[in-house]
Design a protein around this ligand. Structure first.
Ligand code: SF4
Ligand code: SF4
Length: 438
């Protein structure tokens, strides 16, 4: 009932009705958080929320569980309570854990509530106050340290060499090894830095090589800076802000020499999860005198690979033989909600002759991958994957796709574990369609 009243209020507001505006949340932060940077940022976000409940309809966990505390509005209340001095419990922690950080609620919210920032802050606070059972803690520690460790690559290669002997559950996390092919050696006046990240070079090295070949064919040279590594998202979103920020500073340092030289025009990221994170460096490092300006510049220069598609498509027109058949397109949450980039891949690949078809329904919903979520919340994650794969197959009677395309290594690996259909990065298919030797 209450929700209807606020929703009705909003409709009237957009119609310039003289009725009162919806009332933003009132906050009274406890002294522990009132004067902290995170506390102040969280309070400003909380005060934008008018508890209208529009976001509930597009929240995957609310759709699956039907519990308001597993919705954006419910989690906002939980975080508000914690920041106002209520002791969080394991239940509070679990409701925050179940959030995918897909940020679909941000796209839906008419008040501009930056829920993603709020939940990161809330998780840090709760993590410091609520102990986890030892096995759960060990799993999270392993993910924080293991995914960005230099040992991840050798471990993945070892797993790939015995992949056929692994149990099905592990096989799904160890993609078959694929020859990445040559890395172009031509120099071009147009140069971009490329982020290789932590897991992608070991799990799917073809994605970076295909990126370099496609950009080369379009007259753009890829530069890989020595010393760059994980974008920081894994640690940051697992409530290890210090660890995540240290990785962000290391990337800023690794890129700065190239940026300062004026030789590069962008930092190109072909994993949308990493791209969403790099675009936040400027905000997250804004209070650090040594890094604030540099991080802001890095975020200004950060581009998802699809943002270069207008140039790429123009340069490659007439030089591409698109594959026959329909390709299902899954836009990752970090692309469509985190970076607010929608429609570009479909439009520009379509202009090159590719037949891309987004999910018939719920194209805005998460596939359940969500970084480490598929490991930490396997049941919910698998339910979302089944739902997504069903919609990607199309309506009854529709032509079956020959492959699923996406733009993030996490989504690609996760979806591949649930289907026999090949799941690829769009740039890999564009690379294969080039009418020049690979
Ligand atoms: S987050 Fe936005 S959509 Fe959700 S309840 Fe608050 S104001 Fe409404
Ligand atoms: S980020 Fe996604 S899962 Fe989390 S509250 Fe928002 S819509 Fe729901």
């Amino acid at each position: 009932m209450c929700r209807c009243v606020y929703a009705f209020g909003y409709v009237l507001r957009f119609c310039r009705s003289p009725l009162p505006e919806p009332i933003p949340l009132q906050t009274h932060l406890s002294p522990e958080f009132r004067d902290t940077l995170d506390g102040q940022e969280a309070e400003a976000i909380l005060r934008k929320c008018v508890h209208c409940g529009f976001c509930l309809a597009t929240c995957p966990t609310y759709q699956l569980l039907g519990d308001e505390l597993d919705s954006p509005r419910g989690r906002i209340y939980l975080i508000k309570q914690v920041l106002e001095g209520h002791e969080p419990t394991r239940t509070t922690q679990q409701h925050l854990d179940r959030c995918l950080t897909c940020r679909n609620c941000e796209t839906t919210c008419p008040s501009g509530v930056q829920y993603g920032r709020l939940v990161d802050i809330g998780r840090q606070v709760v993590e410091a106050k609520v102990a986890r059972p030892a096995p759960e803690q060990r799993q999270r520690d392993w993910l924080r340290r293991g995914l960005s460790s230099p040992l991840f690559g050798p471990a993945m290669r070892l797993g790939q060499s015995v992949r056929g002997l692994l149990p099905a559950s592990l096989q799904a996390k160890v993609p078959a090894r694929r020859d990445p092919g040559r890395w172009p050696s031509r120099s071009h006046a147009r140069k971009v830095l490329v982020l290789q990240g932590c897991v992608q070079p070991s799990m799917a090295p073809n994605i970076d090589a295909a990126t370099a070949r496609v950009l080369d064919a379009a007259g753009i040279e890829c530069v890989v800076a020595r010393g760059q590594g994980c974008c920081g998202a894994v640690k940051y979103h697992l409530a290890d802000a210090d660890g995540g920020l240290a990785q962000m500073r290391a990337n800023v340092d690794a890129w700065w020499r190239h940026i300062e030289s004026g030789a590069i025009e962008a930092i190109v990221i072909n994993a949308s999860g990493c791209g969403a994170m790099v675009k936040e460096y400027g905000h997250l490092l804004r209070h650090e005198p040594r890094y604030a300006d540099r991080a802001a510049r890095v975020s200004e220069l950060a581009r998802d690979l699809s943002e270069l598609l207008p140039d790429i498509a123009a340069a490659l027109r007439g030089r591409v033989k698109a594959p026959a058949g329909t390709l299902a397109w899954h836009s990752p949450c970090t692309l469509q909600h985190g970076q607010q980039l929608r429609g570009g891949v479909e439009q520009h690949l379509g202009a090159l002759g590719f037949d891309l078809r987004p999910a018939a329904q719920e194209a805005h919903l998460c596939c359940g991958s969500a970084g480490t979520y598929s490991v930490l919340q396997p049941e919910l994650s698998q339910q979302l994957r089944e739902r997504k794969l069903g919609h990607l197959m199309g309506e009854r009677g529709a032509e079956r796709p020959t492959a699923i395309l996406s733009a993030n290594i996490g989504c690609i690996t996760h979806l591949q574990a649930g289907t026999e259909l090949p799941v690829r990065h769009w740039v890999e298919l564009l690379d294969e369609a080039l009418q020049t030797p690979r």
